[in-house]
Design a binder for this molecule. Sequence first.
Ligand SMILES: Cc1ncc(COP(=O)(O)O)c(C=O)c1O
Length: 436
Amino acid sequence: MSLNADPAFWAVADKHLTRYGPSFESIIVERAEGSFVYDADGRGILDFTSGQMSAVLGHTHPDIVSTVNRQMASVAHLFSGMLSRPVAALAERLAALAPGLDRVQLLTTGAESNEAAIRMAKLVTGGHEVVAFAQSWHGMTGAAASATYSAGRRGYGPAAAGSFVIPAPNSYRPRFKHPDGSNDWQAELDDAFELIDRQSTGNLAAFIAEPILSSGGILELPPGYLAALKRKCEERGMLLVLDEAQTGVGRTGHMFAFQRDGVTPDILTLSKTLGSGLPLAAVMTTEAIEQKAFERGFLFYTTHVSDPLTAAVGVTVLDVVERDGLVAQARERGERLKQGLLALQQKYECVGDVRGRGLLLGLEVVSDRQTKAPGFELGARIMEEAMHRGLSMNIVKLPGMGGVFRIAPPLTVSDAEIDHGLAIMSDAIETAARAQ
Ligand SMILES: Cc1ncc(COP(=O)(O)O)c(C=O)c1O
């Protein structure tokens, strides 16, 4: 019998654990290293989601382990008004990486960083209305959940007053088209803001956006979109908040995804990737915005703000990313992975689209290439077959789209691991498609 079936373990899990999302995997993870997690049978499973899209350095990276040990033994947590050297060091490092965003607050999770960003935008603009994309995910707490539209809105009562939504651009399934059939995102954006202007009571505070909507099915903002969005915000006196929880720290082949577009947001939130698997987040903004927020009494005082332990981890993450050239590596390995996925698209009818950049890629499964009809069941079967063969991938299922695999291995992934993952994917698709 597989040790993953341990009846005592599952009896406890089934009796005592709250089911907080889709079903649990049927393995027991005992340890993890590099690009692999290991189950109770000692079987290595290639982790193509970097944990929860976070572990950019892979699992149990030796530099992180040694930083945690060192920092834990000196100081891990403090009174929220006390400062320590790792906090100042990380703020300085981040500011140098994002010119113009000189002010940094260190927090814990992605949702929390977006709470702080939205709270700051409200205080500074005097408005309260927040616009987001219809396929967004910004977190499970109040303001972040009010700006999250990809899932989780039903059953929890009213969202914050003044929560507005516009469609995210989708080049595979464009809503507005140029005569040649390509996505006319500018027309879509103009149309969307016309509707926002009709709904607004004149109190717009912020637009919050992911540069690549990940939980929304790897929808990339096309070149030029971010600049156009920033103009829309400026015209209305609202701040542009960019949520780089998943795209920050090298994943897309730039340190931050917005750098491809040459557009600096008013507020940048980082989380997941910044701690490479440990709970660390940052909210970055300009001197002018921070000054205004301060003058108006900005309060975002939390238990783990400016904790030295996770700040030290953040410094180490940035050190390793720089030392090992991981931003360039994400671009190169990402290209290898994308070419492999495009080859799968050539080979299998059910692969409707391949998109994304760097090591944040999406593969959309459809049941009909011509009509682009969703292939949810096939996608779920492919995921099962892949897991069975030792590859963990995540599939997003959203109304109006097919099943989209989110593929985001650690930036430390090797060429051999990419090829291994692609081979498993190919087998999994072939087997699942044959069983149809
Ligand atoms: C883009 C984005 N923002 C925010 C969050 C929320 O982060 P957390 O779960 O750490 O609160 C997520 C989580 O998936 C995310 O993908």
